[in-house]
Design a binder for this molecule. Structure first.
Ligand SMILES: Cc1cc2nc3c(=O)[nH]c(=O)nc-3n(C[C@H](O)[C@H](O)[C@H](O)COP(=O)(O)OP(=O)(O)OC[C@H]3O[C@@H](n4cnc5c(N)ncnc54)[C@H](O)[C@@H]3O)c2cc1C
Ligand SMILES: *[C@@H]1O[C@H](CO)[C@@H](O)[C@H](O)[C@H]1NC(C)=O
Ligand SMILES: *[C@@H]1O[C@H](CO)[C@@H](O)[C@H](O)[C@H]1NC(C)=O
Ligand SMILES: CC(=O)N[C@H]1CO[C@H](CO)[C@@H](O)[C@@H]1O
Length: 522
């Protein structure tokens, strides 16, 4: 064959593999396919008790899913029964943002989600966060939804969102098979052969201890406490210390909550808006690590509230604590474009007339219990964890609720794969769940951790330094820079952010080309 034929053949192969590469990158992630079967009950239930330890967001979602699969479900939490304010949840009064995938999953699990959102005074808003990077806008992909409204997200204070989920949880028909036990889980008891958990020990509010037996499945939903790890170690499961990775982003977080009547809202000088209802956030910006250390955003939340959230890497004492601190703090933001004057004027009005209430917290360190790395056979087959009990990322990325929904989707898919004629929890159940789930959620940990390492005050995980991930940060800046200049790249970023698409979409040849060739603004 002469060289021109070789060349033609080689070119054909490159083009064909490029098309396949593009197709692979654009294919929907597993969790989107598995979302379809979320909330569908199985006909023959698995015998025994499915025991959920912890009754906050993860616990309620998990109990709801398990009630489709198990004969009996028990949920244990010291504060769930009369729906008391959550003194054990540090972020109970902190502002939250919710990513699209959480709303999709919640609608599958609770078909009346939208009505209840209305009933408690929360709002479903188009998922336009008006997010800026170092002051430059990353556009929202309205063009990708030409005939339709942009997908929704939830705009609500955390406390109201918690109340919403509690109502949905109690109203659903599955709740009659869910037994609520007030109390604190003290530990687990393994079977003699150490293959599974047989019972859960609970201390009730009156101080008495009870044992919940016949455990078919035990789920750790204890959030920050990540208590499951301690319980397993204390009864002799050989879990190495390296299983839990941790670093400290050294972040502080301030929430300023305003009361805004419709009349006051009309006086706000927000350009181009007829109302704050049109978007989720009015304005938000994230810092470039070489220029500033803070990020902030303003959003209308439930009822008549509006929240300003400010996260700062490093010293928490610089964050505003009284009304007169707020505008000076925000005006000092350094980026590639300054904070617009209408935004500062809006905050000024809100501070003066919106009765500002401050809630400042220090964010605990970030951690990931990598149960998927435990050698097969070293975990009880019927133990899993969901939500912050597995992975607690930097909350200013607002991924917590979306991440626990991904965990829930993986749980349902793993349960669904169980043989329906003789349903039981097999020897490999726990390993299967953690493996599947880690494939979906590892990148949330990787992406946020490596971004945080860009900030000077951050204390890296053991075995890493702040230089770890330098290449990833270089690529991130290229990507964001291209996003501020190209709608297709911005659309990909938005879809990955809301977890509608996997992050590999960025590697599609057409996008990658744009990212690498667009001149960088940073
Ligand atoms: C300041 C801040 C801001 C955040 N902002 C956002 C945001 O904008 N968007 C977002 O999606 N996420 C955000 N998050 C993260 C989000 O709040 C968490 O991901 C979410 O609360 C996790 O829910 P969970 O049910 O797993 O854990 P938690 O909400 O922490 O609940 C744990 C539950 O376990 C119970 N418990 C603990 N130990 C025991 C025991 N031994 N026995 C029985 N029960 C027990 C507790 O009482 C509690 O009810 C933020 C977090 C913080 C700290
Ligand atoms: C918010 O509004 C809803 C619906 O109008 C109302 O039922 C609820 O009591 C209000 N909640 C608060 C905390 O004001
Ligand atoms: C915004 O939405 C709320 C709640 O749905 C509604 O009561 C209010 O009238 C809306 N405001 C405007 C200006 O459309
Ligand atoms: C969400 C849930 O609990 N259940 C379903 C998930 O997967 C399959 C799909 O049919 C159902 O049978 C499960 O019961």
């Amino acid at each position: 064959m002469d060289t021109s034929v070789w060349f033609a053949v080689a070119l054909a192969i490159i083009v064909a593999s490029g098309i396949i590469w593009q197709k692979i990158c654009e294919s929907p992630p597993d969790w989107i396919k598995e979302l379809d079967i979320l909330g569908r009950p199985r006909t023959k239930k698995i015998p025994g008790n499915a025991i959920v330890c912890g009754g906050s967001i993860s616990g309620m979602m998990t109990a709801r899913i398990l009630a489709d699969h198990f004969e009996r479900v028990i949920i244990i939490d010291p504060e769930i029964v009369e729906e008391k304010p959550k003194s054990r949840i540090l972020q109970y009064n902190a502002a939250h943002l919710f990513l699209g995938i959480f709303i999709c999953g919640a609608r599958k699990l609770w078909p009346n989600f939208d009505e209840e959102v209305q009933a408690v005074g929360c709002r479903l808003a188009p998922a336009d966060l008006q997010v800026h990077f170092s002051g430059l806008l990353l556009p929202t992909p309205y063009q990708a939804y030409p005939s339709d409204r942009l997908p929704d997200t939830l705009a609500s204070r955390r406390c109201t969102a918690q109340h919403l989920l509690y109502r949905l949880f109690r109203q659903h028909t599955t709740s009659k098979n869910i037994n609520i036990v007030p109390g604190i889980v003290r530990g687990l008891v393994a079977t003699d052969n150490m293959q599974s958990i047989q019972s859960v020990t609970v201390r009730q509010p009156d101080g008495t201890q009870i044992s919940l037996n016949d455990a078919a499945l035990v789920v750790d939903c204890t959030g920050t406490t990540q208590a499951g790890l301690k319980w397993l170690k204390s009864i002799g499961f050989p879990l190495l210390d390296g299983i839990r990775a941790a670093y400290t982003a050294e972040m502080s977080y301030a929430t300023v909550c305003f009361t805004v009547t419709p009349e006051l809202e009309l006086t706000l000088p927000i350009p181009g808006y007829t109302s704050m209802n049109q978007t989720t956030c009015v304005y938000g910006t994230v810092a470039h690590f070489a220029y500033d250390s803070c990020q902030f955003g303003l959003m209308k939340t439930d009822n008549n509230t509006v929240e300003l959230v400010i996260g700062n890497y490093g010293d928490g004492s610089v964050l505003p604590r009284v009304a007169s601190d707020v505008v000076p703090f925000l005006s000092a933001f350094r980026g590639h474009k300054s904070v617009p004057s209408w935004f500062l004027a809006t905050i000024d009005i809100l501070c003066e007339r919106g009765n500002p209430r401050f809630n400042n917290v220090k964010i605990p360190s970030q951690s990931y219990v990598r149960y998927h790395l435990v050698p097969e056979g070293s975990l009880p087959s019927n133990f899993i964890a969901i939500g912050d009990a597995i992975q607690q990322t930097n909350p200013t990325y607002a991924q917590g609720f979306a991440k626990l929904m991904l965990d829930g989707i993986a749980l349902n898919a793993t349960l669904h794969a169980i043989d329906s004629s003789r349903p039981h929890i097999s020897r490999t159940f726990s390993a299967q769940f953690f493996k599947k789930n880690s494939v979906h959620t590892n990148s949330l940990w990787e992406g946020t951790r490596l971004h945080d390492y860009g900030f000077p005050g951050c204390q890296p995980a053991e075995g890493e330094t702040r230089a770890t991930g330098r290449l990833a940060r270089w690529f991130e800046l290229k990507l964001i820079s291209a996003g501020t200049q190209d709608d297709e790249v911005a659309s990909a970023l938005w879809h990955v952010r809301h977890l509608y698409k996997g992050e590999w979409i960025i590697l599609a040849p057409t996008l990658l080309w744009k990212v690498l060739t667009t001149p960088s603004r940073f």
